[in-house]
Ligand binder design. Structure first.
Ligand SMILES: Cc1cc2nc3c(=O)[nH]c(=O)nc-3n(C[C@H](O)[C@H](O)[C@H](O)COP(=O)(O)O)c2cc1C
Length: 255
């Protein structure tokens, strides 16, 4: 089925869709937009840009939602909030409300993906969270299945029973075939979580365990070809930070 449908009655042949299409899927013929065969990313630029509402995406529910430009968020406030975020490693017992979980997942779902693959999976550990953490704690304490450089690393830490998830109520494993796609989705999700008053820890150690424990691999059961990219440990912070932490000087050059 053609992923893009043009309503010929509504189309005024302005060509904005043709110009903005990242491939060559659209062209103007007989004064209206026409689609070709193949090559459509289903990115929706034609749908979004059409001033007449003449385009629909046939594989999606095209309920019109008004655009909110990022410029509505003050750049200074956004930058200051980004600088103020901290990794949170101490959480209260308060559960994360389902509406907030939904918003965090929605932020991930709307992040950009290479070729518009949208192939990112969000695995909430839920009822398996405690079991997953136990497997990791055992792996790190034994260290036998870890490569030597990780083993040395794990020996530097006190592997407590809550070492990986710090008693947080929500853990979301973000996986994909592409580390970039999953990483970007995670970043969107983190900012959303923080704007909801939540704190986030990226548990890189947990991601490491997914590579070295067959038991864990089976438990999390990721889609074929996916690798765990981030593990987002989320909850209400039990700590408050009073100042922005300084950073190394910017590394940047113009060629
Ligand atoms: C990919 C990634 C993996 C991380 N893994 C862990 C982890 O396993 N345990 C931990 O305590 N912190 C982890 N962190 C947090 C970093 O240590 C933290 O971002 C860094 O020290 C800077 O602190 P800040 O986030 O508060 O600015 C991770 C961060 C990233 C981006």
């Amino acid at each position: 089925m053609n992923p893009i449908a043009v309503n010929k009655e509504k189309c005024i042949g302005c060509g904005l869709c043709v110009k903005d299409c990242p491939s060559t899927y659209l062209h103007i013929e007989d004064g209206v937009a026409q689609t070709s065969t193949g090559g459509c990313l289903e990115c929706g630029h034609c749908y979004a840009i059409c001033p007449q509402g003449a385009i629909t995406m046939t594989n999606y529910d095209c309920t019109e939602e008004a655009v909110v430009p990022m410029t509505e968020i003050s750049a200074d406030t956004l930058l200051a909030a980004m600088k103020s975020r901290r990794t949170v490693r101490q959480f209260t017992d308060q559960a994360v409300e389902p509406e907030k979980v939904e918003k965090i997942l929605e932020a991930g779902r709307y992040s950009p993906t290479g070729g518009n693959s949208q192939n990112v999976m969000y695995t909430i550990l839920g009822s398996k969270q405690a079991e997953a953490e136990e497997i990791c704690v055992e792996l790190f304490r034994k260290g036998t299945s870890l490569p030597s450089h990780f083993k040395a690393f794990s020996e530097r830490f006190n592997i407590t029973d809550d070492f990986f998830f710090k008693g947080a109520p929500l853990v979301i494993l973000v996986s994909s075939r592409s580390s970039v796609d999953a990483g970007l989705a995670s970043s969107y999700m983190e900012l959303m979580a923080e704007s909801l008053g939540l704190g986030v820890l990226y548990s890189g150690f947990f991601v490491m365990c997914t590579r070295f424990s067959r038991k864990l691999h089976k438990l999390i059961n990721l889609p074929k070809g996916h690798k765990a990219v981030t593990c987002m440990v989320i909850g209400y912070p039990a700590v408050k930070y009073h100042r922005i932490v300084p950073r190394k000087p910017l590394q940047s050059k113009t060629l």
